[in-house]
Design a protein around this ligand. Structure first.
Ligand SMILES: [Fe+2]
Length: 441
């Protein structure tokens, strides 16, 4: 099989230039989160049904959806990639190995292979972006920060895709708490390519973590014509905008945003469900009546209690079920506890060590057994980062803990938790109000 060069001069095994062009187009779509990325991938298959990187991409895209029903399809794509690996380049063979790890639920193993690829091929932007995703859902902000910084010295600004690396660098710095450098990297990314939802979002995180809501909202507003071209990821930016409104105490606006942009009635996409669940729970903690909004969310996840792809996602699904008092929440907790899975499954130890106690806490919290909720959450609260997601997303579990403590019988715990939050987030509207109220009482 002949080899060609992709946009970044990396060797690609393909039947012809048509397939390579379609591959480049697909990678560009993946990076800017274009809604037609799946169709772009189909065009690679139309040009070359035996292109190893097309099968790798197919497996990756299936796993990126984090849906249990797609895992067998990802496994089939990975098996085909492995079959083609002997006739491929060493880099492509490594991608076949990475997708095989991931399709067999070993995201950690896949991330190790992507990093192995990047040491020898620092221009492999697909490996870089997937590693970024993997480190994000392993929760380790050091890995998230270091992964992209290891390869950036090999890049120059004029190389295709450079701006997306700056967006990833911004998010890595942000999660690590280096907000000044994160902001600068996000600004550079957007200066070079305004249609970068991930960089847009990294900047929103910087503003969220520093309680700079006015600047964050202005940034999101300014870039709205660009990020609203994105796939479902745009709903997550709408979610960030709602979070900033919430931080300003604009609860009616948050509710309107939920209805108009955060809750997506026809979507089965995991991030959409997580966004909606997370926002509804926050609204309730902040004292709002969300009416019948939980029921359609619970309906979406009732048959998804045994997927166990990411503990972070499972906890949101469970929250939606527990919120409507569905017995499925208890059933899901039992599935989590009993699931044996594959030895290679890198989510399994996290699910056992953190998912089960967090599920106990969430169910107890929604059942109104607040002391049980705090008892379940307190021993694991400082380990919750391991379920993955961002600091801003995981803050939900801190809020649940505080709310449970306030509604339970341990007043000293409630006061202590609020005091530490007040120190950590001095500009946070709800914390300020709640802490001041508690002290006055
Ligand atoms: Fe985010």
């Amino acid at each position: 099989m002949p080899t060609f060069n992709d946009e970044r001069e990396l060797s690609l095994t393909a039947a012809g230039q048509d397939a390579v062009d379609a591959y480049n187009h697909t990678i560009r779509g993946y990076l800017c989160m274009a809604p037609d990325t799946g169709d772009r991938m189909k065009a690679i298959f139309a040009a070359d049904g035996d292109m190893i990187m097309a099968h790798c991409l197919k497996g990756y895209f299936m796993m990126l959806m984090a849906m249990g029903g797609l895992v067998p399809k990802a496994q089939a794509a990975a098996a085909k990639a492995m079959e083609l690996a002997p006739g491929a380049t060493p880099r492509e063979a490594l991608h076949a190995r990475a997708v095989s790890h991931w399709a067999n639920r070993d995201l950690d193993g896949a991330a190790r292979v992507w990093e192995e690829i990047l040491l020898d091929y620092p221009h492999d932007i697909l490996a870089a972006r997937l590693a970024h995703f993997g480190h994000f859902y392993c929760g380790d902000d050091r890995r998230l920060r270091d992964s992209v910084n290891r390869i950036l010295p090999y890049w120059t600004e004029n190389m295709p895709g450079y701006s997306y690396l700056k967006g990833m660098q911004a998010f890595g710095f942000e999660e690590f708490g280096e907000y000044t450098r994160a902001q600068a990297a996000a600004e550079k990314a957007i200066e070079l390519e305004p249609n970068d939802p991930w960089a847009t979002h990294a900047y929103a995180h910087v503003m969220e973590m520093q309680d700079r809501q006015d600047e964050g909202l202005a940034w999101i507003e300014r870039l709205r014509p660009h990020w609203t071209q994105a796939n479902n990821f745009q709903n997550h930016i709408w979610w960030h905008e709602a979070l900033m409104m919430m931080d300003q105490g604009r609860m009616d606006d948050v509710m309107a945003q939920y209805d108009a942009h955060v809750f997506e009635p026809d979507s089965e996409e995991y991030l959409d469900i997580c966004n909606a669940t997370s926002l509804l729970q926050r609204l309730e903690i902040m004292g709002l009546d969300v009416g019948g909004r939980w029921a359609p969310l619970a309906d979406k996840v009732r048959e998804r209690t045994e997927e166990h792809i990411l503990t972070f996602v499972d906890m949101h699904y469970l929250l939606a079920l527990a919120a409507v008092g569905d017995g499925k929440a208890h059933e899901m907790r039992e599935f989590l506890a009993a699931y044996e899975g594959d030895e290679a499954d890198s989510n399994l130890p996290i699910m056992k060590a953190l998912g089960v106690p967090m599920a106990d806490a969430i169910i107890a919290y929604r059942d109104g057994r607040y002391d049980d909720a705090t008892a379940a959450m307190m021993p694991v609260r400082y380990e919750v980062w391991q379920v993955g997601g961002s600091h801003a997303q995981r803050d939900l579990f801190e809020l649940i803990l505080i709310d449970a403590a306030m509604k339970g019988t341990n007043a000293a715990l409630a006061r202590g938790l609020l005091a530490e939050r007040h120190a950590a987030k001095p500009g946070d509207h709800w914390t300020e109000k709640t802490y001041t109220g508690l002290l006055a009482a």
